[in-house]
Design a protein around this ligand. Structure first.
Ligand code: FAD
Length: 537
């Protein structure tokens, strides 16, 4: 999947069956679902794939422990369904993207005895709801085992813990894998192309005006139906259809900070069940670092949201409260913010109480909007909206939905222990081989071949990434900008901002011949990437 050929594909089809606006989890999932049913699909994303909310998640594949609490406390069927569906989808994602996801044990520390039966019963209920899709039994653990599993926990006052299991995944690469799989199923998927207007025929939405943001060229595309899957930008796109459309969404900001590996063991996460504002908070091992998140604050829609100082202070305060380690701002290696697209419910108090269920709405002129939900349930969301699109736009699918059985790119012939053979065959350090194996799955050998041809040179000291990955991403993963590579194909910019800045000149040097960048474009790429790496990413 190379960007230039995908872009050319947008102009080849006279009329697509479906145009999908937005290349996050939802849009990429829809493109895969529709293409695999035999429909002709175009997807356009105004930035990079997953550059919106979908690369800024907590990276958990989960049913939602927090929603479970609300389901039980408030006898809320929506929340209960959400957990059950999430657990089913969790199993499917772990099955279909085995290289990009894995089972993660999590410890819940308990500092008062009354919490023990309450949290234990809740997590047992979580197991029960998972049924056959369960990935491990929750169990009560003593203080000693809790500290052995998560040694940096504050020992003073710790009574016991509950061990439970959820999934963890690489969100940005999963979105790219979805886009690649969709393209392999016949979809045309293009990043850095924005929908600037909707085209109507006889009062019905029948396509869009598109702007290629990299070349500045505009053109139009016709489609039998258009799906709006633009996450936090949902209302902006709805107003291209009807300028008077009232808001459907509220957005809330959630930030994460990244600390070094002293703050999390390599294979166990921590779930803090009740923060000072009654939320849950996670400290997770992630790419050799510790990921801490998240917050929930009302926010405004923004392409590159900024983490507010008070949100950072909130996370640090909780780390200090639960850890036997000193931490301050100087320990933060990276920080980023994401916006949750939450369907607005007028009677809900604050945004933390709005249901994370998805919502599908057809406008009088036929624009189909899907929003809400969560990463874990992208497949189910896609199935629901494509079912609706087939009906509303009278489309002719050749097969019913079968995405539950479609492995994502890299996941077809994946064997969990394959990194050792890779290390041996390509003379790679074990950490590098493991990274390639997990990031590219059954395509890791192809990446390693390219890397070997480029001299097996590391991109930057202290991280397992190779220069060959930059070339692979330009040729096969539709990289359009240098920052796409640094922030989403590799997560370097989300792990270690200083290292990403240091790697930038070399990334531009490697991408320039691949993507035919002249001097002016190299300068633009450098400016833009530096802006992101020193400000809101
Ligand atoms: P987005 O990813 O935002 O995608 C929408 C895309 O549309 C954007 O890329 C945008 O650029 C594009 N777009 C907008 N306008 C246009 C236009 N005019 N033309 C072309 N393109 C356009 N879920 C989980 O399952 N697990 C988690 O651990 C988890 N943690 C989270 C933590 C935080 C802090 C947040 C904020 C969310 C979390 N979620 C999690 C939820 C999950 O990340 C989101 O539900 C999901 O990513 C939303 O995907 P989306 O595709 O709908 O939106």
């Amino acid at each position: 999947m190379e960007r230039a050929s995908q872009l050319a594909g947008l102009r080849q089809e006279q009329v697509f069956d479906l145009l999908v606006i937005g290349g996050g989890a939802t849009g990429c999932g829809i493109a895969l679902d529709a293409a695999s049913r035999g429909l002709s699909v175009a997807l356009v994303e105004k930035n990079d794939f997953s550059e919106g909310t979908s690369s800024r998640s907590t990276k958990l594949v989960h049913g939602g422990v927090r929603y479970l609490e609300m389901a039980v406390k408030r006898f809320d069927r929506t929340q209960y369904n959400l957990v059950r569906d999430g657990l089913r989808e969790r199993g499917l994602l772990l099955k279909n993207a085995p290289h990009l996801s894995s089972r993660l044990p999590l410890v819940t520390p308990l500092y008062s005895w009354w919490q023990v039966p309450y949290i234990f019963a809740g997590l047992k209920f979580y197991d029960l709801l998972a049924g056959k899709a369960g990935i491990g039994h929750s169990r009560l653990i003593g203080r000693k085992e809790a500290l052995a599993r998560f040694p940096m926990l504050k020992a003073h006052g710790l009574k016991a813990g509950v061990l439970y299991y959820d999934g963890q995944f690489n969100d940005a690469r999963t979105a790219v894998a979805l886009a690649m799989t969709a393209a392999e199923q016949g979809a045309t998927v293009v990043s850095h192309v924005e929908v600037t207007a909707l085209l109507k025929e006889g009062g019905r939405v029948r396509g869009a005006e598109l702007l290629d943001r990299l070349s500045g060229t505009s053109f139009s595309l016709r489609a039998r139906g258009v799906v709006n899957a633009t996450g936090p930008f949902t209302d902006q796109v709805r107003r291209l259809d009807d300028p008077a459309a009232p808001d459907l969404l509220k957005v809330s900001s959630g930030i994460h900070i990244v600390l070094d590996q002293r703050f999390a063991p390599p294979d166990t996460g921590l779930m803090i069940p009740s923060t000072e504002d009654g939320r849950v908070l996670f400290v997770l091992p992630w790419e050799g670092h510790a990921l801490v998140g998240t917050t929930d604050e009302e926010a405004e829609v923004d392409e590159h949201p900024r983490a507010r100082p008070e949100e950072i202070a909130y996370l640090l305060r909780h780390v200090r409260r639960y850890f036997d380690l000193q931490v301050d701002e100087g320990d933060i290696k990276a920080v980023w913010a994401g916006l949750r697209p939450l369907v607005y419910a007028a009677d809900a108090g604050n945004t933390a109480r709005l249901a994370r269920d998805h919502f599908i709405q057809g406008s009088p002129s036929g624009l189909l909007t899907i929003t809400g939900g969560k990463w874990t349930t992208y497949r189910e969301m896609a199935e629901d909206v494509v079912d609706q699109a087939v009906k509303s736009f009278e489309l002719p699918p050749r097969r019913p939905c079968h995405t539950a059985d479609i492995p994502l790119a890299g996941g077809v012939d994946y064997h969990p222990g394959g990194d050792c053979a890779l290390a041996e065959r390509f003379s790679l350090p074990p950490k590098t081989a493991l990274h390639l194996h997990r990031a590219y799955g059954d395509r890791a050998a192809a990446v390693a071949e390219l890397a070997r041809a480029a001299g097996n040179r590391p991109l930057i000291e202290g991280h397992p990434y190779l220069e060959g990955e930059v070339i692979y991403a330009a040729r096969h993963e539709a990289v359009g900008r240098a920052i796409d590579l640094l922030a989403r194909r590799l997560p370097l910019a989300l792990l270690d901002r200083a290292a990403a800045l240091a790697a930038l000149p070399r990334v531009i040097e490697l991408l320039a011949p691949e993507l035919s960048w002249d001097e002016a474009r190299r300068g633009e790429e450098r400016r833009l990437a530096e802006e992101r790496l020193t400000g809101a990413i």
